[in-house]
Design a binder for this molecule. Structure first.
Ligand SMILES: Cc1ncc(COP(=O)(O)O)c(C=O)c1O
Length: 435
């Protein structure tokens, strides 16, 4: 009997992983599973036990595992910051190492944003606007800007300065006859209307995932959306805070997903793929305005937040090794071409299937959506068959399967996954009711 309090207490215990290497998980029942989920929560960007990353961690451990970087200079963190900024949107020139998880970094970004207004004397700016059906992390302040049915019970505990605008999802919310550009402009207008309703002098920031993530299934924004949102934010002195915890650091085929739109936000939040599951570490990419405001005439003279394990030294060693690999042009080219190949195969082999709705996403972050009776059960059956018959782990939820494999997945491994996926999809659908 387990004494661990688990998220889904009714679920039977899973197998024990005895070894994890590359894209494979070896379990104590003698199986070797090919993982297309990147460690289920999509953090294993370079697969498991990457030898170069492990070596960097071993070397760091032989010196020490953590000393505080606010007191001692850590050349490795300096190098990591420089690397992370090398492909950041124009004008972004500071990295705040927030802590271990994405939630801590999102919480950090909200606080940095608030302090940037506060120390500039704009103390009424206390509202943050999020979007329907979004998740920015598990801390209370992250829950404030998120919107999900499972978070609803916490509402009485949350501060009230939050507002929501509709989810930006062209697949779900475009009106008949509306062009993508019209839809993108409508999304920006929703935000502007909300800012004016609250009062621009009260609104501090707008929070969004650059590309909708695992809840909705990997939907990139309509072209122009982020540019229009940026213009609205600029008009009303509202910070644009982008969550790239799930969709950043190579997942989209670019280091930053927002680079697909050529927009500079005020904050980009990164986590998961930074240490890529080898060590937890998260950060916020921003610029040097905070320093000048904090050290300015009305400034606090310091950042009013910090954590014991921020910039964790062992995590920094892992993240630097990971990011050197991820930032290489060859790796980004591989992510783009393999992602295009996999999406292309799904479209060409399942595009005419009566259950097929669409394939969407970028790089190695994409989903296939289907529609049929009991689609959640259809997806779970697909996952079960792939696991049991093909030793392939996939992530199916509600109306879609999301693929977030390790960037090191080879073309042969991808084809093996897709052969099984397409065959099982068709076989199960043969006897599955359409509606
Ligand atoms: C988009 C997004 N934001 C924030 C988080 C929170 O990150 P963490 O679980 O590392 O705290 C997640 C985690 O799944 C996420 O997908």
């Amino acid at each position: 009997m387990s004494h661990i309090l688990k998220k889904f207490p009714k679920d039977p215990p899973g197998p024990v992983v005895t070894k994890a290497e590359g894209v494979y998980l070896h379990t104590d029942d003698g199986r070797k599973l090919l993982d297309t989920t990147g460690g289920w929560t999509s953090c294993a960007a370079l697969g498991y036990s990457h030898p170069v990353v492990l070596e960097a961690m071993r070397e760091q451990m032989s010196k020490f595992t953590h000393v505080d970087y606010n007191i001692f200079t850590n050349p490795m963190l300096e190098e990591l910051a420089e690397l992370l900024l090398s492909q950041a949107p124009k004008g972004m020139n500071r990295v705040y190492f927030a802590g271990n998880g994405g939630s801590e970094a999102m919480e950090g970004a909200l606080k940095l944003s608030y302090q940037l207004h506060y120390d500039a004397g704009k103390r009424d700016k206390q509202w943050y606007i999020g979007r329907d059906q979004s998740f920015y992390g598990s801390t209370m302040h992250c829950a404030v800007v998120s919107e999900l049915p499972v978070l609803k019970m916490y509402e009485p505990l949350l501060p009230i300065q939050r507002a929501l605008v509709p989810q930006h999802n062209p697949y779900l919310n475009m009106l008949p006859g509306e062009s993508l550009d019209d839809y993108a402009r409508r999304g920006a207008k929703d935000l502007e209307d909300k800012i004016l309703e609250i009062g621009a002098h009260r609104v501090a920031g707008f929070v969004g995932e650059t590309q909708l993530g695992s809840l909705v299934g990997d939907v990139p924004a309509a072209p122009g959306y982020w540019k229009y949102i940026r213009e609205v934010c600029d008009r009303h002195d509202v910070h644009l805070i982008l969550d790239e915890i799930y969709c950043g650091l190579g997942r989209s085929g670019k280091i930053y997903n927002i680079s697909n739109d050529d927009v500079t936000p005020d904050f980009i939040v990164i986590g998961k793929n930074l240490g890529a599951g080898h060590a937890p570490i998260s950060a916020v990419i921003t610029d040097n305005r905070l320093e000048s405001v904090v050290l300015g005439p009305h400034g606090s003279g310091r950042l009013n937040q910090g954590h014991t394990h921020q910039g964790y030294s062992l995590g920094a060693a892992a993240a630097l090794a990971v990011q050197k690999i991820v930032h290489s042009p060859e790796m980004l080219a591989h992510i783009n071409s393999l992602g295009a190949h996999m999406r292309g195969r799904l479209e060409s082999e399942l595009g005419n299937h009566p259950f097929f709705r669409n394939v969407r996403g970028r790089g190695l972050l994409f989903s296939i959506e289907y529609d049929c009776k009991d689609k959640n059960v259809f997806g779970l059956t697909l996952a079960k068959n792939l696991n049991e018959k093909h030793c392939v782990l996939i992530n199916s939820k509600w109306h879609r399967v999301s693929f977030t494999p390790a960037y090191i997945l080879s073309r042969e491994q991808a084809d093996f996954v897709l052969d099984g996926f397409v065959a099982e999809f068709k076989a199960i659908a043969e006897t599955w009711p359409r509606d």
